[in-house]
Design a protein around this ligand. Structure first.
Ligand SMILES: Nc1ncnc2c1ncn2[C@@H]1O[C@H](COP(=O)(O)OP(=O)(O)OP(=O)(O)O)[C@@H](O)[C@H]1O
Ligand SMILES: [Mg+2]
Length: 252
């Protein structure tokens, strides 16, 4: 089943009079099928975050369509957009974006509470997720009282609790040590396998990318290439390195 269809989107920054125009995305088109785990790679400044923000309706494309459930979300009003984001999109950010004055539990259930979901439903969804993601015993702690990996898992719970159609992650392993990074990748693989969650993950890290089923490479705001994972993970890893060495994305 198709979850998302992107048709000829472009993004021009700085179209006001005093700024120079910059075309960050150029006529990008692709489709996302339910259950895909897509990595988005490319050199710094190639347009990855711009693309993810547009897909997540944090930002609007200058031209083009983003079709979800048969409707073009680029045409939505502010109110329609916030409902759409709440219902359909789960974000996992690099810096977790947890609210420091709330416990992990409060952070996780915030999107549902804002949405007016019944307490019973909230508790049910919460208990399944936190058991699965192994943060049951730190739920009443504040973000500064737990490890980076636990914060990241709480952020993943928050992204999942609304049962979104698509999960968008911008360099989610960027700030983690290698053990926590690996845990998060296993977690994403788990929610992809078990919940058939659809995931788009921006990453610079070839190891992280090798967990994806498909990689979309972006160069100068355009789709440059696509790679599909076969049965051989090592071979997939090597192919990603080959493309990245052409794209020059390894400098960071
Ligand atoms: N708000 C903005 N106003 C003007 N230009 C911007 C804005 N945001 C991004 N850009 C420019 O658009 C281009 C793409 O930026 P983007 O953040 O999408 O890159 P990226 O691929 O995510 O890079 P990185 O790997 O460094 O995170 C860059 O040249 C950037 O300077
Ligand atoms: Mg970025």
């Amino acid at each position: 089943m198709q979850i998302l269809k992107v048709e000829n989107i472009s993004k021009i920054y700085g179209s006001s009079k005093r700024d120079k125009e910059y075309m960050a995305l150029k006529n990008i088109s692709f489709e996302v099928i339910q259950g895909e785990f897509i990595g988005v790679m490319g050199a710094s400044g190639s347009g990855k975050t711009t693309l993810l923000n547009i897909l997540g309706s944090i930002d609007k494309p200058t031209t083009g369509k983003i079709i979800m459930e048969g409707k073009d979300i680029a045409k939505y009003s502010k109110n329609q957009l916030s409902t759409h984001r709440m219902k359909n999109i789960g974000f996992i950010f690099q810096d977790y974006n947890l609210l420091e004055t709330m416990t992990l539990k409060e952070n996780i259930i915030l999107p549902l509470a804002l949405h007016g979901t019944k307490i019973n439903d909230i508790e049910n969804r919460l208990s399944v997720l936190v058991k699965d993601l192994g943060i049951l015993n730190v739920l009443d702690k504040y973000p500064y009282e737990v490890s980076g990996g636990e914060q990241q898992r709480a952020a993943a719970c928050r992204a999942l609790i609304t049962q979104p159609k698509i999960i968008l992650a911008d360099e989610p392993t960027g700030n983690l040590d290698s053990k926590s990074g690996k845990d998060l990748l296993h977690l994403l693989t788990y929610i992809n396998d078990e919940y058939n969650a659809t995931i788009l993950m921006v990453t610079h890290d070839v190891f992280a990318a090798s967990y994806c089923k498909k990689i979309m490479f972006i160069r100068d705001g355009e789709i440059y290439n696509e790679l599909h994972a076969g049965n051989d993970k090592k071979q997939f890893f090597d192919s990603i390195i080959d493309v990245m060495s052409v794209l020059g994305g390894e400098e960071r």
